[in-house]
Design a protein around this ligand. Structure first.
Ligand code: PLP
Length: 426
């Protein structure tokens, strides 16, 4: 029996989640043989689509030479070079296996580099399930969101700040006790609460002025919002960047990249330094040759410039078409997103202006994480589409046909929902 009945909390769906037995392109098939247009796309990792021929070929070529060495190998160097070339602030790279490990390592590096104890994270931003960052993920939530953490608010505490309270952030940073500010630069919860360039610039200015390490968690946005991630798209550079998902082309793999003088805390020097000041980092499966092969093939496709513009255009068309269906059916709701990421919030009114205000975003987030989302996902599953909860990720394998199928499925799903929850209909 699986503990909790699942392999990942976010797969939870009552009465049971889909069990997938095959994937290809933009599709997946469940154990009963239903074909679904997919918007999970491997939690956002499969930006080229499932089984992209260049990635499959690279992995097969590597498999013939061995799946795992447990040793340094040339592909890891090539992989790191790709990341350095593409991500503007990446001067050095260190590989981990998961995004959670990458964010944890980034915090350690920041504490080592600054000698300060605290870390600031923003409410609604997700950075993994581990100790220091497993709080403040759900809207308005101050509680840890998980049991089993140590009691108390020790010196290594994580301070939680609402994204629209930059005054609180400034006061915290002025104490000079904060080692790092970590954030999702595309907006909290993979963009469900978007942030704008001005917000990122202000956080950058405040962190620079106070000598605080700014960490961009680009686990979602890296290689998606631009070949160099959100930092390239918005022109705001962090000190450290966490990468996962796309970086390893659908194999388990992740990385921390950043400024040489901070990454230098991983360097070996003399005995005294190594024992007391160096940041130790190990991990059996760091940078496996298979992950490196898949990562290099994927990053090369993205660097070619062929991939992102087309998916972004499709993303914009999808958002527009979903909003048209909501309007046509008179449903209270709003589709939004950026690049190849989209969200659907049901049960809220569209924003009054062109850009939603912070309080409107909060309502959108609550809607995006509320019960309507589960109902929408179920209704869409019955119509042959698997949304990643409130929205999803497009890939290079999605095209006009998948968009058409999705919009028609959405229309029929709204019809079903009108019978369950008439309050969503004006
Ligand atoms: N950071 C962000 C922004 C994420 O979306 C995720 C996972 O979805 C993580 C960190 C954690 O990555 P992982 O699931 O590989 O530990």
């Amino acid at each position: 029996m699986l503990a909790g009945g699942l392999t990942h909390d976010s797969h939870r769906l009552e009465p049971f989640p889909p069990y997938i037995t095959k994937v290809q392109g933009a599709y997946k098939w469940d154990a009963d043989g239903h074909r679904l247009v997919d918007y999970w796309m491997g939690h956002g990792a499969m930006i080229l689509g499932y089984d992209h021929p260049k990635v499959v070929e690279a992995v097969e070529r590597q498999l013939a030479r061995g799946s795992f060495y447990g040793a340094e190998h040339p592909l890891a160097l090539e992989w790191a070079e790709r990341i350095q070339r593409m991500v503007p602030s990446a001067e050095r790279v260190r590989f981990t296996v998961t995004g959670s490990e990458a964010t944890e390592l980034a915090l350690r590096l920041a504490r080592a580099a600054t000698g300060r104890p605290w870390v600031v994270k923003f409410a609604g931003h997700y950075h993994g399930w581990h100790e220091p960052l497993a709080k403040g993920v759900l809207p308005g939530e101050a509680s840890p969101g998980t049991d089993g953490r140590p009691a108390g608010d020790g010196p290594a505490a994580t301070r939680l700040v609402a994204p629209d309270r930059l005054d609180e952030l400034e006061a915290l940073l002025d104490t000079r006790q904060v080692a790092a500010v970590i954030l999702e630069p595309g907006g909290g919860s993979w963009g469900a609460i978007p942030v704008d360039v001005g917000w990122l610039q202000t956080v950058r200015e405040l962190t620079r002025r106070t000598g605080t390490v700014l960490i961009f968690d680009e686990v979602i946005t890296g290689f998606r919002l631009a070949p160099g991630g959100a930092q390239e798209r918005y022109g705001v550079l962090p000190d450290l960047t966490c990468l996962a998902k796309i970086v390893s082309g659908g194999m388990p793999g992740a990385a921390v990249a950043g400024r040489a003088e901070i990454m230098a805390y991983l360097d070996f020097r003399d005995e005294a330094w190594n024992r007391s000041q160096r940041v130790a980092h190990l991990g059996t499966f760091n940078a496996t040759p298979l992950a490196a092969a898949a990562g290099i093939a994927t990053l090369d496709e993205i660097a070619s410039g062929r991939v992102l513009p087309a998916i972004d255009r499709l993303g914009a068309r999808l958002v527009q078409a979903l909003n048209e269906r909501l309007r046509a059916r008179g449903v209270r709701g709003y589709a939004y997103g950026q690049a190849s990421i989209f969200h659907i919030a049901l049960g809220v009114d569209p924003p009054e202006g062109e850009e939603p205000s912070p309080s409107e975003w909060q309502a959108l987030l609550e809607a995006a994480k509320g019960p309507a989302t589960q109902w929408l996902r179920k209704a869409m599953l019955l119509e042959g589409v698997d949304l990643m909860r409130s929205g999803g990720f497009l890939s290079a394998a999605h095209g006009d046909q998948e968009l058409e199928e999705t919009v028609q499925a959405f229309d029929r799903a709204l019809e079903r929902l009108s019978k369950v929850e008439p309050a969503w209909f004006a």
